[in-house]
Design a protein around this ligand. Structure first.
Ligand code: SF4
Ligand code: FES
Length: 240
């Protein structure tokens, strides 16, 4: 265990935890956007910025991917932190002004609108979808495309392989800006992405007749876990 101070509160945390984890355990709220408890952090949005004081020097860092250290002093709400966090949220808001998640973060910081203008885009490059597809689903269907000098700002920043994608909708579930959305229409699942849309045939439950999951996703699960294909003949509601 290591002992650190967060906002004048002495906190004990297990080695390997992040400042965000330690703050959460101590009931101290740090706002986040690109972090998810089930995914490895990459520190891209900077919403979780905190001030770290070591050996008399103060630096800004992202709490979601900064490991706790013995004797660390952390401020989550200093003037320096609030200024940096406001800038991070203004940048996000300028790019995606209609996202509920971003608007909620802005409201908490009393930001009505950003003080500058940026080209609006659907994807804020948080990579949550890429991490979910890789770390949880294990399919690696989503690739993050770096914004090189030859790429236009309107071009999508993620690419989903229609061959690898199984239509599970994990990416839409974690996307904080609705850049990826999913809808089931009749026997078809439609996944809308910044680069276009993909369609997946849904399996019909032989008991109730409802369409309930993409056939490709079920085939993937059957193969991965060596299950009998008949296990998915009925939907979860009709299985005991
Ligand atoms: S599509 Fe959504 S989840 Fe994926 S990188 Fe863009 S904003 Fe993040
Ligand atoms: S939540 Fe930490 S950088 Fe995004």
């Amino acid at each position: 265990m290591v002992k650190l101070t967060i906002d004048d509160k002495v906190v004990e945390a297990e080695e390997g935890l992040t400042i965000l984890d330690a703050a959460n355990q101590a009931g101290i709220h740090i706002p986040t956007l690109c972090s998810h408890e089930s995914l490895s952090p990459i520190g891209s949005c900077r919403v979780c910025t905190v001030e770290i004081i070591t050996d008399g020097t103060s630096n800004l860092a992202t709490a979601c991917n900064y490991a706790v250290e013995e004797g660390l002093r952390v401020r989550t709400n200093s003037e320096k932190v609030v200024q940096a966090r406001r800038l991070a949220v203004e940048l996000l808001l300028a790019q995606r002004p209609h996202s509920d998640r971003i608007r909620e973060l802005a409201n908490k910081l009393d930001i009505e609108k950003p003080s500058f203008t940026l080209k609006q885009k659907e994807c804020i490059l948080c990579e949550l979808c890429v991490r979910a597809c890789h770390e949880i689903v294990g399919v690696d269907a989503i690739t993050f495309i770096a914004q090189g000098i030859n790429r236009g700002i309107d071009e999508p920043s993620i690419e989903i392989s229609p061959i690898k994608c199984i239509g599970c909708d994990s990416c839409a579930y974690v996307c904080p800006t609705e850049a990826i959305t999913v809808e089931d229409v009749g026997d078809t699942r439609i996944i809308n992405t910044p680069g276009g849309k993909m369609e997946f045939k849904l399996k019909k439950c032989k008991t109730c007749g409802n369409y309930w999951a993409p056939e490709k996703q079920l085939d993937y699960i059957v193969e991965k876990w060596h299950l009998e294909p008949e296990i998915f003949d009925s939907c979860p509601d009709c299985r005991d």
